[in-house]
Every structure is written in C-alpha cells, then in structure tokens.
Ligand binder design. Structure first.
Ligand code: ZN
Length: 221
C-alpha cells in the first residue's frame, strides 16, 4: 500500500503535499564516464511519479525478473514554494530541505530503451523506484555546494559524493528546471548520482549517510 510522507530529521511529518520527483541524469563527470555517456550541455531531466516514492528507512524492495537493479544515491531537494521561471534568489528561498534518495534503475531495461530511443520510465519510474530519506531543514545545511554523502553496501564503500562535483549546482539546476516546467510545493528534485552504480541483491545491507545530518541502515528485499 502507498504510505509515503515527507518527514523531517526528527521523524515528524512535513506539512507539504506529495508531488512529482524531477531527476537529473549525468550530473557528475566520473559517473558519466563509468556508463560511457556524453557530457550534457544542459541538464538531462526525467520525472518519477508520486507512486515511485517510499520510505528509505524501510527495507528497499527491488523488482525481480527485470535484470539488474542499480543503486544511484543522490542528494534530494524538497521544494516548499512554487518555482516558475525562477531566479537564483527565488530558488534559495524555495528550498525546504535536503535529503538523500535512491534513483533505483533497471539497467538492462534502460539500455534497451536507450537503444530504441524510447523514454526511460519503465526502467526508472516503477512503484517504489525512489526510496527517500528524511529531510534536514535547509537552514541546518551550511553550504549547498559542499554536501558529503555516501552509500555502503555490506560494509564496503560503494558511492561517495560531494555536491561540489556536480556539473550543474543545486541552485543552477532548480533555476534551469523551473524554466522547463513549474516546481510545486512538495516536489522533490534528485540531483544526479556520483560514480559507483552497481547491482543490488536481495539480502544486501545498506548504510546511507548524509554527513552531519543522519545515517540510515536498511536492507534489500
Ligand atoms: Zn539518477
């Protein structure tokens, strides 16, 4: 059953509706290289529906029988006020907080879709394809261009990221997205994954950390 709600660092509900999840592809150079993709001149965008959201503090359910399901750990930005053709100042005032999300990706399905020139939704927008953490209020995040985050799988470091390595910074992304379509209160923007994408397996133990804010231990089922 669909039960996701936005929650804060203390586990309380955040009074914002649920909305779309706007995802950014190819925003870290080393990840672009590991998948042999081209460096984009404008942000590559796609959207996950509300039904993709689920609680990262609960076990991560991966689809079975669709080939490998890859981890993509990403900084997630929760929006609190509408952004339409926004300026840098508008954007800064519209961020509720910062969390981490997994952009779960059926990599073989995506490769087939890419070859056919088709959209990626079957690979990236399935139910529970976006496990989402709690959000740290933005006033507790010192610097949006220096956010450290990591994913360990079975006690081995798999992804280590810092937002300073984004090709398009968080603020630039939000400005750019708001010129393509309106962001509404409760929408989430996923800001791209650093290198280290690989298959998740049932039984994997995950440790997900937003440095200075929270750590989440969960497992794959
Ligand atoms: Zn991603």
């Amino acid at each position: 059953m669909f039960e996701y709600r936005h929650i804060d660092s203390d586990g309380n509900n955040i009074d914002l509706p649920l909305g779309k999840v706007v995802c950014v592809g190819r925003n870290y150079l080393q990840h672009i290289k590991e998948l042999d993709n081209e460096v984009p001149s404008t942000p590559l965008l796609f959207i996950k529906p509300t039904t993709a959201l689920c609680d990262l503090n609960k076990p991560v359910v991966i689809p079975k029988n669709f080939g490998p399901c890859h981890n993509e750990l990403e900084v997630a930005i929760l929006i609190k006020s509408p952004l339409c053709k926004a300026s840098t100042e508008d954007v800064t005032a519209a961020i509720w907080g910062v969390g981490l999300g997994l952009d779960l990706t059926l990599r073989d399905v995506q490769s087939t879709l890419k070859k056919q020139g088709h959209p990626w939704e079957r690979a990236k927008a399935f139910d529970a394809s976006c496990p989402m953490s709690q959000f740290a209020a933005v006033n507790r995040v010192e610097n949006l261009t220096d956010i450290d985050f990591s994913l360990q799988v079975n006690n081995e470091l798999r992804q280590l990221g810092n937002s300073q390595h984004m090709l398009f910074s968080i603020v630039k992304l939000l400005v750019n997205i708001s010129h393509a379509f309106t962001l509404l209160p409760g929408d989430i923007v996923m800001t791209g994954t650093p290198k280290g994408v690989a298959s998740l397996s049932v039984g994997d133990e995950l440790l997900i950390d937003l440095n200075g804010h929270f750590s989440i231990m969960t497992n794959v089922v």
